[in-house]
Design a protein around this ligand. Structure first.
Ligand code: GRF
Length: 200
């Protein structure tokens, strides 16, 4: 399967996928990496792996819709089977939904449907939950609301800060991402209502 990965930051989830894809039996390869900003570690990781990259910054376009269209067109040129948002901090818009419906996955550092949005680890601490975790979901037009592909639990420790909790979640998140994307690539998947299952 051909993967295009979009990133906005450190790209440790991307790195986990790049590493997994070096094994031919994984069943997928990263054909391009895109970002909404330059000078991020995620792009350097793609360069180091010899994977083509592209950057489109919202501020270089007259409207958000123009950015969305340009980004989606560039992604489409790489003909992905699956588009993986891996720490991509922008919501994708209509052009993405129409071109890649049901083929975009995103990873979120909380157990959906709890704590959607940008502050999953901080909100888990504020609410005093004892278990948080991470979720891989198929992107729909809401914020972190799409059908769930995989989830893993991570216990919250009494002395956790947002940073320590997020760091421990990210370790598990990378394993979840690699495992679930590999299964999607090798086995296929079907979405029925809100349920995702692997297999044809
Ligand atoms: C991940 O926890 C992702 O779920 C969140 O931001 C983090 C990205 O980390 N939205 P990285 O860029 O893959 O290291």
């Amino acid at each position: 399967a051909r993967l295009v990965v979009l990133v906005s930051g450190s790209g440790t989830n991307l790195q986990a996928l790049l590493d997994a894809c070096t094994d031919p039996s994984y069943g997928a390869s990263v054909v391009a990496v895109g970002a909404d900003r330059d000078d991020i570690e995620g792009l350097a990781r793609a360069d180091a792996a010899g994977v083509p990259t592209f950057v489109k910054r919202v501020k270089d376009f007259t409207t958000r819709e123009h950015w969305d269209r340009a980004m989606a067109e560039t992604v489409a040129n790489f003909d992905p089977d699956l588009l993986v948002l891996a720490g991509f901090m922008k919501l994708v818009g209509e052009e993405f939904h129409s071109r890649f419906e049901g083929r975009i996955v995103n990873t979120h550092p909380a157990l959906s449907p709890s704590f959607p949005g940008m502050h999953g680890p901080a909100e888990a601490l504020e609410h005093g939950v004892k278990i948080s975790g991470c979720t891989l979901f198929v992107v729909d037009d809401g914020v972190d609301t799409g059908p769930i592909v995989a989830q893993r639990a991570v216990p919250v420790e009494d002395d956790d800060t947002t940073a320590t909790l997020h760091d421990r979640i990210k370790v598990v998140e990378r394993e979840m991402l690699v495992d679930a994307v590999g299964r999607m690539a090798r086995e296929g998947f079907a979405i029925t209502g809100r349920k995702v299952r692997f297999g044809q």
